[in-house]
Design a protein. Sequence first.
Length: 380
Amino acid sequence: MRGATRRPPTVLLDTGLALGLAVAAVVAIQVGPQQGADPDALAYGLVLTIAALVLVRRRWPVAVLVASAAILQVYNLFDYPGLFPAVPLSVALATAWSAGHRVWALVLTAWFVGGPVGYAIYQGATGTQPVLPLVDGILRDVAMFAAVLSLGEVVRSRRALDRAHRLLAAEQERSEQLLLNVLPAPIATRLKAGENVIADRFSDVTVLFADLVDFTGSSERVNPAAVVEVLNELFSAFDELARHHGLEKIKTVGDAFMVAGGLPEPRPDHAEAVADLALAMRDEVAHHHDASGQPLQLRIGIDTGPVVAGVIGRQKFSYDLWGDTVNTASRMESHGIAGQIQVTDRMYQRLRGGYRLEPRGLIQVKSKGAMTTYILVGRG
């Protein structure tokens, strides 16, 4: 991803931490206060084993922490040079804390701090050894443990923020996709930008209505799930065809399908694109059957001209069209012929140079009177 920070692979990171911890522990043995015995192979083997456990810390953070603490406890049973316990336990402690196992981290921290505190109290009460040097060492232990646990908290907080960011990004992407499922992308962008009223006038678009012939009657006699399955398969195919031709599906109502070309972004060839879609839809429906196994047929009507388009609704958005062109396209469908594509005269004038159209003649159209219409047969 451009501009993103490349993180080192976890294997390399863990290997580097293991080596760093091994070096730090070996140096700590060399400079630690002598308790009687010089460090030998067992001493180095114990601290190097703790370092090696770093390699599996991500998979088993609590187990690595407990094992590291146990190994350190074994080390302390011998008279080896003293170690600040936070040094060998640093990576395991920080990992367990950042992974959310804070109780385990606090318990083991209290164990390694509480033991020396109890020892100091005992020494002070019996007068065996001056308390001040012991307290000084305890304070250094406490400071180191606090630093390690603070580092673990920083990592945990960062991971929590990263996780929250990923969830938020996924939710935003989901919301974006849902919005694009109901609105054209340019309209969705305007809506997100804060436009309260989205309404546009387009002087030249093409509108298509398609309806399944006698589907309502046949669907009453079969299982509802089968009806929905038929419509889903067919209209999903229509959706893909509309997308392929660069057209905007406006809506489906029952078994009716509405598409427009030339909006929300104008294009000069919208009439031709809608005509190609209509021919493709006519061919596509021939491959589908209703729930009873009977072949499906479409009536398709098309008109071209001016419309008004806009978004209605506040909770459930809908991008819709209004105007005489919309009404006329609907009438072309409802007064059409099963299996045919009926278009108006003004649509005929746009298509006649590159498509084959047959005159249907004058027909009486509800609310429109006598109209000259044509049947779109195919490309010329």
